[in-house]
Design a protein around this ligand. Structure first.
Ligand code: 5RP
Length: 241
């Protein structure tokens, strides 16, 4: 069950539709309401989270600091004077704030478009609440249209690609500057097209067992509890049971 509300103040009437960038700014700022003052906050990765990090800078003296899910987010946080600690140094986080490539009606997500899925899942797992921030284009009825990111150990990549082909998916190694992209964890990433993920929990459970899979970009066990969705009429708050 999903509950919706337009909890934030309505935006002033605009003669034009808001750009995707403006929608990201809107939800990045709205996420400040979910940051527990005096505590460490879990911070995700991506262009929407960058807006949140910029907003977080304005309350940096009110939080203990952050646990970050990527080198890129860590650098951005530190540049704003926010202390960043390793995940091993903070036992529990009240909240984790991150974007998504897709989110369905139960708070299940596809993530990893920014290649940070493994650390994102780790920080999400040690957080009491996952607040997803996204523009409205990310809301989907069924996961799978966005190519599914999967982080893999390089020596297993050919076999994993064959396994995806056997289930009707087309997997490709993500490239950067003509070379396989190497993640923050020193591994490869593949993007898989042609999947329709109707049972995200079962899908994530099964693929996580494949030898050589580091992390599958389906976040079902670490789903969102709340989604702040940027729409032309303001921030829509989706709360998942
Ligand atoms: C990074 C992620 C991001 O949260 C996801 O790709 C959304 O990014 P953006 O906010 O730039 O659209 O999972 O690994």
């Amino acid at each position: 069950m999903v509950y919706m509300s337009n909890s934030s103040a309505p935006i002033s009437p605009s003669p034009r539709a808001l750009t995707q960038d403006e929608l990201k700014t809107l939800v990045g700022q709205a996420a400040l309401d979910y940051v527990v003052r005096g505590q460490w906050v879990g911070v995700g990765t991506g262009s929407t989270v960058n807006k949140f990090i910029d907003a977080l800078g304005s309350i940096r003296h009110e939080i203990a600091g952050a646990v970050s899910s990527s080198v890129a987010s860590t650098e951005r946080l530190r540049a704003l004077g926010i202390e960043v600690r390793d995940a091993n140094e903070v036992e529990r986080l009240a909240v984790y704030i991150d974007g998504a490539d897709e989110i369905d009606g139960k708070g299940y997500m596809v993530k990893g478009g920014g290649a940070a899925l493994t650390r994102e899942k780790i920080v999400a797992a040690q957080s009491d609440r996952f607040v997803c921030i996204a523009d409205a284009s990310k809301r989907v009825p069924v996961l799978g249209k966005f190519p599914l990111p999967v982080e893999v150990i390089p020596m297993a990549s050919a076999r994993i690609m064959r396994q995806f082909a056997a289930m009707g998916g087309q997997a490709a190694i993500r490239m950067a500057n003509g070379q396989p992209l190497v993640t923050d964890n020193g591994q490869y990433l593949m993007d898989v097209r042609g999947l329709s993920i109707s049972d995200p929990l079962a899908f994530e459970a099964e693929l996580s067992q494949w030898p050589g899979v580091v992390t599958v970009g389906v976040f079902a066990f670490q789903r969102a509890h709340i989604c702040l969705l940027g729409t032309d009429t303001g921030v829509q708050t989706l709360t998942f049971d």
